[in-house]
Write a protein that binds this ligand. Structure first.
Ligand code: ADP
Ligand code: ZN
Ligand code: ZN
Length: 785
């Protein structure tokens, strides 16, 4: 059946494939091989998903096999379990026989078996039935007579555990350690941190005996950890707040309902300011879809939000509709497979998840919600490079469902479609219960410097604002867009900066780990005492990151309870949730962090949000820089004043006159939209054109150059004929993970023309022996780096 996974012979191996089509006669000139095994009784992919897969492969120019691979459930070691279960009739028979009430024509073995089964809580594994001395024929007979049943179910294997080893000895132990011990210490401290035992042995190249000895000498400690910790995402006692919809919410919801009544495809954009109660509208819409016998998909931009929205869905729908499934990449394969099959078997009719949940195998789809549709995380930055929101719209169309996109700051493309009438625009302009939007003020850093002559990341205004929060026992959020201590290391004598050995990017100083790190490839270097180029002692650390900001805040507010949330402190989901939980519960006064803090969270005691540097995102070489800055600042401002207390936002900047900042201050989306749209029109950028980015890359510089020249022979004749081809030029990230990168940028007002050009380019590469891996094609790119 189409959509089923099968095992097929491939050279000398067997590989898993998917049936995409059944044909009566094989295409001419092809050699036919037998399929060795059909793996699915119920095809894994639904017909609509197969159709969607073909669309993705064609539109994003990705190999169709890779697309289907991303749609399939993880091939885990789920095991099929067969259980023998005593039926009601069987139980009655045993009871009656024991009471001497009836006679039976069953053999003694059969009766014995039924009795034993009733003693074993009425069910045993089929595999162990032999031990109870019953022959297969007898089993079948009992089954036919209706005294027992054989049930099949899928189960995950028991979770594996692993031993984690960490350093316990003194930090300055190096002098007393042998070479091997020192290697272990260095790995477990500055280089990597705690590691699974097996990994440590491999990385350090030492024997197990050495590690055991160091454990005995209390230089190391170790503990057991589940490889994927069990976690019930839903808190069973949770009762969601029951709000009746206010007028604006009601209006938005009834538009969705009318769409359902039409029963045809349509896209709705819910543009609601932060705190306008969009979640409530989503939940009612899902409820409405379910009531009409349909299913619903809810996409959220990050894992933490799956829990937040999933929990509400579960509380709303879990009991009536057998459940809500959650799908995201942090689940273990076993968990993901279980959720996936619950959806496929029709047990879960609501799916909440991140990007790839758009491929959830629901049938009879009525509604797809894409929350925070402008988020970059919906774009997959590896093959197939699809955009989850765009795929959501295509899928909704294939399934004649409604797509509901929600945002306080819609992407320019989406809002443009709404203004043009392609999407239905629903607006909620005020916060719930008429709470006011936070007041946003600019702190002009040029003026601050003129007054204080200080180069602290915290201006006087921000300092005073935080002091006020502490005095009145409210909370402050402070945002900075980089992690680490300082993001550049410069030599004052020769001007050289320390660059990554693999990438053309400066290394970031991490003070607590005492090393430099590359945030693109993860390579590390020791902190230089002298300049690596000229040996000068005047090395200078420049540009504050989150670690620096935290240190500074601790100095300025010694009594305050402060925590930091970024990818360094929130390595695991648990750490992340602990810190957020502590803040939400009032155990912290100030939370410092990166963008992670800007999204979605609903904290009620935050009265101040400080943005330490609004400018760094403005200066990126990217036509979306202004849009990103505006979105980030508006989202951040949305974190303040969500409870009864009014909120205040301070934005520190050197460019107070920039429209992205001005409009963010007024939280005026429409004004920003108009101005940005003008810029895009002038420059011929989306939504006035379609873009494609092509990167030619190789570790060998000469090859990268040669191939990009060749490819340019293919592209240049098309330039000016309905499309613009810019390049080849050195990509903004000219070197990444040891690869040299050259870039073509394609622009056209006709998207289909770009698709044609690009698929032509790929065949050209094939014909000219330019390897597939060297050419990276990105249709509708979000990042041009
Ligand atoms: P948004 O996603 O639009 O920023 P949320 O959906 O998070 O906003 O809602 C903000 C807060 O308002 C939540 O605490 C929610 O419980 C509350 N809320 C939603 N609808 C109503 C309503 N009709 N009346 C009162 N409070 C509401
Ligand atoms: Zn130097
Ligand atoms: Zn690097």
């Amino acid at each position: 059946m189409p959509g089923s996974r099968v095992l097929a012979p491939f050279r000398k191996k067997s590989l898993v494939g998917v049936v995409v089509e059944m044909v009566e006669t094989p295409p001419e000139g092809t050699k036919i091989r037998e399929i060795s095994k059909v793996l699915d009784l119920l095809p894994a992919l639904t017909p609509k998903l197969i159709e969607l897969g073909h669309w993705i492969a064609g539109y994003y120019l990705a190999p169709v096999g890779e697309v289907f691979r991303g749609m399939l459930p993880p091939a885990t070691d789920l095991s099929l379990r067969r259980e023998i279960v005593l039926t009601e009739a069987g139980r009655n028979l045993v009871a009656d026989l024991q009471a001497g009430k009836v006679l039976t024509d069953l053999s003694t073995q059969q009766v014995d078996f039924l009795r034993k089964l009733s003693e074993k809580k009425s069910h045993i594994l089929l595999a162990s039935s032999g031990k109870l001395g019953i022959a297969p024929e007898d089993l079948q007979r009992l089954q036919r007579r209706g005294f027992l049943e054989i049930r099949e179910s899928m189960h995950g294997r028991r979770r594996k555990r692993q031993r984690i080893v960490a350093w316990k000895g003194p930090q300055d132990a190096s002098a007393q350690l042998g070479e091997k011990e020192e290697r272990v210490r260095s790995l477990l401290t500055t280089e990597r941190g705690p590691l699974p035992l097996a990994k440590l042995l491999k990385l350090a190249g030492v024997s197990r005996a050495i590690v055991e000895r160091m454990l005995r000498d209390a230089l190391l400690e170790s503990w057991e950890e589940a490889i994927d910790p069990a976690e019930d995402p839903f808190d069973p006692g949770y009762i969601p707040p029951a709000h009746s919809l206010n007028e604006a919410q009601e209006r938005a919801f009834s538009a969705v309902r009318s769409r359902f009544e039409l029963g045809e495809f349509g896209v709705l954009l819910l543009h609601g300011v932060t705190g306008s109660g969009k979640t409530e509208v989503y939940l009612r819409s899902v409820q409405e879809a379910l009531a009409r016998g349909k299913t619903a998909l809810v996409l959220v931009p990050e894992i933490a939000l799956t829990l937040w929205i999933g929990r509400q869905c579960h509380a709303w729908f879990g009991a009536h509709f057998e459940g809500v499934a959650v799908l995201h990449s942090a689940l273990s394969d076993v968990e993901r497979a279980r959720e996936w099959w619950r959806v496929r078997n029709g047990q879960a009719r609501v799916v909440v998840g991140t990007r790839s949940a758009i491929f959830a195998p629901v049938e009879n789809l009525g509604l797809i919600i894409v929350d925070e549709e402008q988020e970059n995380s919906y774009k997959q930055e590896e093959t197939p490079r699809y955009h989850g929101r765009d795929v959501a719209i295509v899928r909704a169309k294939l399934e004649s469902a409604a797509a509901l996109l929600g945002s306080a700051t819609p992407s320019l493309e989406t809002y443009h479609n709404a203004v043009n009438g392609k999407y239905e625009l629903l607006t909620i302009a005020t916060r719930v219960e008429n709470r006011s939007l936070a007041s946003v003020e600019i702190v002009d850093l040029r003026r601050d410097f003129a007054q204080t002559f200080q180069t602290s990341p915290i201006s006087k205004a921000l300092h005073d604002g935080i002091a006020e929060c502490l005095e009145f026992h409210t909370q402050a959020l402070v945002l900075i867009n980089r992690r680490g201590y300082s993001w550049s290391v410069l030599c004052r004598s020769c001007g050289a900066s320390v660059q990554c050995v693999n990438c053309s990017i400066s290394m970031t100083h991490h003070k607590s780990r005492n090393r430099l790190e590359c945030h693109y490839c993860g390579s590390i270097q020791p902190v230089p005492k002298t300049c690596p180029k000229c040996d000068s002692k005047c090395v200078y650390f420049f540009g504050e990151g989150s670690e620096h900001l935290e240190e500074r805040l601790r100095k300025e507010f010694p009594g305050a309870r402060i925590a930091r949330l970024d990818r360094d402190t929130a390595r695991t989901k648990q750490q992340y949730q602990e810190t957020l939980g502590a803040f939400a519960g009032g155990a912290l006064d100030i939370l410092v962090g990166t963008q992670m803090l800007a999204k979605g969270h609903d904290f009620h005691r935050v009265t101040l949000v400080g943005v330490v540097s609004a400018d760094s995102s403005l200066s990126l070489p990217d036509f979306r820089a202004a849009e990103r800055t505006f979105q980030l600042l508006t989202q951040v401002a949305g974190r303040a004043g969500r409870g009864e207390l009014p909120g205040r936002v301070l934005i520190q900047t050197f460019y107070p006159q920039h429209y992205a900042i001005q409009d963010a201050v007024r939280q005026d989306y429409l004004s920003f939209y108009e101005r940005e749209l003008n810029f895009r029109r002038l420059m011929g950028y989306p939504p006035f054109s379609s873009l494609a980015n092509v990167i030619v890359r190789d570790k060998n510089l000469e090859k990268a150059i040669r191939w990009s020249r060749r490819l340019s022979e293919y592209f240049s004749p098309y330039d000016g004929k309905g499309a613009r081809v810019l390049g080849p030029a050195s990509a903004p990230l000219a070197r990444l993970k040891k690869e040299h990168r050259y870039q073509f940028l394609l622009k056209s007002s006709k998207r289909s023309l770009l698709t044609k050009l690009l698929s032509g380019a790929l065949s050209f590469c094939d014909a000219n022996e330019i390897p597939q891996t060297a050419v990276l094609v990105d249709m509708d790119p979000l990042s041009l780096l």
